[in-house]
Design a binder for this molecule. Structure first.
Ligand SMILES: *Cc1c(COP(=O)(O)O)cnc(C)c1O
Length: 475
């Protein structure tokens, strides 16, 4: 069957306000070509992130009504702990308001100057929290993970040889070993169960706690079931339990595979570490039976965890990415393959070779997608990574554009529309122009910097020069 069967029907809808190309051209200009500055009502399809942007189910909304807002000892906390413990059998489960709060607490215990913390690829908030503690974050993903063209089924795997050498070299300065499943910063690529067990064994051999960043654990389990030899007949909850059984703790953002709009947790087996974590939690997040959350959020997460391991849901989720990637591939748009769990990545450097890396081809594509079709996507390239601490600019390793797919939010018609917008853009791609950054803050510039289009685009009329992205066409 060619149809992606969305395994739900729609009970409540949010209208999308239609806009014209001319309106979007003007909105882009007013936003100084930074899509973080757009209002969401001016976006037709919002693919900026899959974090906290998914649709909740009728049962989650029902659970929200059941939320008990008692300060201490809420039954909503018990349901939350039972739901997490059913999949991730850790001794101590500590709610937090989102994933980075779990990281901040964890690295207040395990970080610190002189320490070295390896992972396949640290997510940016993880790296940020490690570095803020004074420790150094290292990425040890397998070589295939850095090659957009490699078809390796588990491009998120840790390089076990490098990890072993690393643990030997850094010795006592390594407080823990981390692993991100799926590997978000590496394109949402999965990690095999065999590799998870391999990392666990090395951590044990060297006497280090093994902590999983489990934000997309269900998508990762789906890839294990569908790609790893011997796993095809196993249930998703069983695979998930195996993944976490060999870890000593985890950090989690419930905004991803918690199917909630906010939330997260830190889980640990070690009682001393858990005690330190709870002390910190009370300082920064709240009492241990609610963390930074309302009782209703704990209920939404508990229900979400039952729904996210449903195979019909996961099949639909990954099929959407596969579908978009296959069609973009047919159009000749270079995409990162195979499909990851939560997003489609387009290689803007390869598609727009006439734009130099430091004229930000990813930003040109992001603006082109918005002007052409009202799609909001995210540059992951030299805008995000190009600025060095000394203020100089170095091109990023890759110039990618990420189309992150919110959970249960858009349909196959929307996917077809996205592909159509790319088809239209393909006709004018050589006319897309690069950008210069006009103003930027010192840190995390991609959220707030302003851009100016570079002049001299060949098909842009004099009237448009310096302002407009594409030749004027009818909306
Ligand atoms: C989103 C994310 C985080 C941080 O979670 P927040 O809820 O956004 O704070 C950490 N690690 C990974 C892999 C993520 O995708």
């Amino acid at each position: 069957m060619k149809t992606i069967f969305e395994p739900f029907r729609i009970k409540s809808v949010e209208p999308i306000r239609m806009t014209t190309r001319d309106e979007r051209r003007e909105l882009l200009r007013e936003a100084h070509y930074n899509l973080f500055s757009l209002q969401s009502k001016d976006v037709l399809i919002d693919l900026l992130t899959d974090s906290g942007t998914g649709a909740m189910s009728a049962n989650q909304w029902a659970a929200i009504m059941r939320g008990d807002e008692s300060y201490a000892g809420s039954p909503s906390f018990d349901r939350f702990v039972a739901a997490v413990g059913n999949l991730m059998p850790f001794e101590h489960i500590i709610p937090v308001h989102q994933g980075r709060a779990a990281e901040a607490i964890l690295f207040s215990i395990l970080g610190g100057a002189g320490n070295n913390i390896p992972s396949n690829t640290h997510f940016d908030t993880t790296r940020g929290n490690i570095e803020a503690s004074g420790a150094i974050a290292h990425d040890l993903v397998i070589a295939e993970g850095n090659d957009p063209a490699s078809l390796h089924p588990f491009k998120g795997n840790m390089d076990l040889k490098r990890l072993e050498a690393y643990l030997g070299e850094h010795g006592d300065t390594v407080p823990c070993v981390m692993l991100t499943i799926t590997n978000n910063a590496g394109g949402g690529q999965p990690v095999s169960l065999e590799n998870i067990r391999g990392v666990s064994k090395l951590a044990r051999d060297f006497g280090k706690p093994f902590i999983i960043d489990g934000c997309r654990f269900a998508e990762n389990a789906w890839f294990i079931k569908s790609r790893e030899p011997g796993q095809g007949n196993r249930s998703i909850p069983d695979i998930v339990r195996d993944c976490f059984a060999c870890a000593d703790g985890m950090t989690m953002s419930a905004k991803k595979d918690g199917m909630a709009n906010i939330g997260g947790w830190l889980a640990l087996n070690d009682p001393d570490m858990a005690e330190q974590a709870r002390a910190r939690l009370i300082q920064t997040e709240g009492f241990p039976t609610y963390g930074g959350l309302a009782g209703r959020d704990l209920e939404a997460i508990a229900q979400g965890l039952e729904e996210v391991v449903d195979e019909d849901y996961l099949r639909y989720r990954v099929a959407t990415n596969d579908y978009i990637i296959a069609r973009l591939d047919e159009l000749g748009v270079p995409v990162v393959k195979p499909a990851g769990g939560h997003a489609v990545f387009v290689d803007a450097r390869q598609w727009l070779p006439h734009i130099e890396p430091l004229a930000y081809p990813g930003q040109a594509l992001v603006c082109g997608l918005y002007e052409t079709g009202g799609i909001r996507s995210c540059e992951i390239g030299s805008v995000m990574f190009g600025r060095q601490p000394d203020g100089s600019e170095t091109p990023a390793a890759m110039e990618l554009v990420r189309l992150a797919i919110p959970r249960r939010t858009y349909t196959q018609s929307h996917a077809d529309y996205i592909v159509e917008v790319f088809a239209e853009l393909a006709e004018v791609r050589t006319e897309l122009r690069g950008f210069r950054i006009a103003q930027q803050p010192r840190l995390l510039r991609h959220f707030s910097c302003s851009f100016e289009p570079l002049g001299g685009g060949n098909a842009v009329t004099a009237d448009d020069a310096g302002v407009l992205q594409l030749p004027r066409r009818t909306a």
